[in-house]
Design a binder for this molecule. Structure first.
Ligand SMILES: [Zn+2]
Length: 253
């Protein structure tokens, strides 16, 4: 019962005043955000880019190692082939018949071809490794540039944030207190209107018979209603809540 009585005492005028106070606080937060500008987005983008470059470099380095390993395998293979060739050639000096001679000759020929093939592969793998090394180098340069950029922007942002952090926290506390005073439906409407506007103004004062948000003329009857402060009236053009400046202790501009 007691609660109902209190609710009854909240007039539309009070509601409008509270909405206006909330608007003022939200505008203060907007100002702080404007001060930070594009920095938070730029920091995010740079962080993504740095992460992407690190991944790419890691992949190139792994591929490079693989190519180098493959080249080393081929070199090992050549060594083995050459050992065999040397052995076959020694045996060739002591052949006992044509069949043995043909057999050894064929083996030598085969191993020689294997060496040639391995040499070709070494060339390919070495070329690949060299290309990858260049890519790694290029991307590392880019990475160091971007990291420098990122650190600079981060520092800039941190300094702005730390300057305004306490201020913002205080405003957010105030906002919570004010929001608790507003009935949920009205608060939701306020938030919705705010979202739909580019300048974040959901509540505006009327100025010379026009909406202070979109500057469209307000019909005289509506102007009167606004002055009376008995109803919550929104602009038919932009949807903002319009209030009489005198209601919130302001002179009409
Ligand atoms: Zn308007």
């Amino acid at each position: 019962m007691a609660k109902k009585q209190v609710e009854k005492e909240i007039t539309v005028e009070d509601k409008l005043k509270t909405l206006y106070r909330l608007q003022e606080k939200m505008s203060e937060i907007d100002k702080i955000k404007i001060l930070r500008g594009e920095l938070p987005l730029e920091v995010d983008d740079l962080e993504d880019e740095v992460e992407g470059l690190n991944t790419r470099i890691g992949k190139y380095e792994a591929d490079m190692k693989e190519a180098e390993g493959a080249a080393a395998d081929q070199r090992q293979k050549i060594q083995n082939c050459n050992l065999k060739i040397t052995k076959y050639k020694e045996q060739l000096d002591n052949v006992r018949n044509n069949r043995e001679f043909d057999h050894l000759s064929k083996e030598i020929e085969f191993e020689t071809l294997e060496v040639e093939l391995a040499e070709k592969k070494i060339k390919e793998f070495t070329f690949e490794a060299k290309n990858l090394a260049e890519q790694v180098e290029k991307n590392k340069e880019l990475l160091s540039e971007r990291t420098l950029d990122l650190n600079q922007k981060k520092e800039e942002l941190d300094s702005i944030v730390s300057e305004t952090k306490q201020q913002e926290e205080q405003i957010r506390e105030d906002v919570k207190t004010i929001e608790a005073e507003i009935e949920p439906r009205l608060l939701q409407a306020f938030k919705r209107i705010r979202k739909s506007t580019r300048n974040g103004l959901a509540v505006v004062c009327i100025e010379r018979g026009a909406c202070g948000g979109c500057f469209n003329k307000i019909p005289p009857q509506k102007q009167m209603d606004i002055k009376m402060g008995k109803k919550i009236i929104v602009c038919e053009y932009c949807g903002r809540v319009m209030i009489d400046p005198e209601l919130v202790g302001l002179e009409e501009k």
